[in-house]
Design a protein around this ligand. Structure first.
Ligand SMILES: [Zn+2]
Length: 377
């Protein structure tokens, strides 16, 4: 039973990754790259998809990888056919012309947008993904060396390597990769993906061509988020404001905005303010607040919520407008504003809680402590 569920999950995942519709703000780039391939001009040997999460860079790369490998690509310029032998291999996670690093797939976390996940290709992947945490991910020199036979084997047909979270390469791994970047092989393409490209070695960055994936017209973003969240096209002004707010809170990243809207904590922002007020005025004890919130949200979600609220409180304290217009933040802050040191202390205690949670501190204990700190904000 488990196996069946697992394989169905994987199938659903690969469909979302390799064969998902093209995101609207990526159309021009898609046309530009696919046209080059279809007119027999080669693509750059190494491409980098870089920038913050939620812009759809992984969605673009996986989609392009599927199309480049697709046997029917000349008759399907808009995306892989999903039926040919190559597409079938992708679906089963056994494509002989695709190598992906790091070897473990990312665990699904609340912070991640669903489109960024690497499709889990085997039972082994699934097992190891549970053990792997984001911070522990590393691409080591042996991983890069293990790619060499694949890259230099020659022969017919395109071969593709994807290095996701490329910033997780050790220095030795990056230096090993440099050699590969300096000796482009015919028919071999490397895709590097990074949420934090500033952490990539400059020598690597100078040898890869960056994909222009970071510019999104505000109206395109609003339309897409509206569509994805199931609003009607003739939306009311109120709904549009809510969407614009979401996009602003997500720093302009549409997929991050959608994930935020769907996160359970997003609808609890007004409640957070109520709790803060009740704690501060002494109407509610921190223990009672902790008990209450433990039934509302997991501690990690509560921290995400608190971080967003803190960001906006900070803005108002600095004399800027609040980003959230749909909760009564400005009214509350008109009568009371936390001090800089209070804001600092609460931010620090959230950081400490995150670290403590990685060391398996009990959720109840962490919640109790955080509520005590919130009462002092
Ligand atoms: Zn195909």
């Amino acid at each position: 039973m488990n196996d069946l569920t697992g394989s169905m999950d994987a199938l659903d995942n690969t469909d979302r990754m390799y064969f998902a519709p093209l995101l609207p703000w990526q159309q021009a780039l898609w046309l530009q790259l696919t046209k080059r391939v279809l007119t027999q001009q080669s693509l750059p040997h190494a491409l980098l998809a870089a920038g913050m999460q939620g812009m759809g860079k992984r969605a673009f790369v996986w989609r392009l990888v599927a199309w480049l490998l697709c046997r029917e690509r000349s008759t399907n310029p808009l995306g892989a056919c999903s039926a040919c032998e190559s597409c079938q291999w992708l679906k089963s996670g056994t494509h002989p012309s695709l190598q992906v690093l790091p070897l473990v797939s990312m665990p699904v976390s609340a912070e991640s947008d669903s489109l960024k996940e690497k499709p889990s290709s085997s039972a082994k992947d699934k097992k190891s993904s549970k053990a792997a945490s984001h911070s522990a991910l590393k691409i080591k020199i042996d991983d890069i060396r293990a790619l060499q036979p694949f890259i230099y084997q020659g022969g017919q047909g395109m071969r593709i390597c994807v290095l996701d979270h490329a910033e997780k390469m050790t220095i030795a791994a990056a230096n090993a990769l440099l050699k590969t970047l300096e000796e482009p092989q015919a028919q071999v393409h490397l895709f590097l993906i990074s949420d934090t490209p500033a952490q990539l070695l400059p020598t690597i960055k100078s040898r890869v061509q960056q994909l222009a994936l970071q510019t999104i017209e505000p109206t395109v973003a609003v339309d897409y988020v509206t569509y994805a969240l199931g609003h009607t096209i003739n939306r009311e002004a109120v709904a549009k404001t809510a969407i614009e707010q979401l996009i602003q809170l997500a720093n302009g990243a549409p997929l991050a905005a959608i994930a935020m809207a769907q996160a359970p904590w997003y609808s609890k922002r007004a409640l957070w303010l109520t709790t803060w007020q009740a704690l501060r005025s002494g109407k509610r004890s921190s223990v009672a607040a902790s008990d209450y919130w433990q039934n509302q949200l997991g501690i990690k979600e509560f921290i995400q919520l608190s971080e967003l609220m803190l960001l906006d409180i900070r803005r108002v304290c600095l004399g800027l407008d609040e980003l959230q217009k749909d909760v009564n933040l400005s009214t509350i802050l008109a009568s009371y504003q936390p001090t800089d040191s209070g804001l600092e202390a609460f931010a620090n205690s959230m950081q400490q809680t995150k670290v403590a949670l990685q060391q398996n501190v009990q959720e109840k204990f962490a919640y109790d402590k955080l509520m005590q700190e919130l009462a002092c904000l």
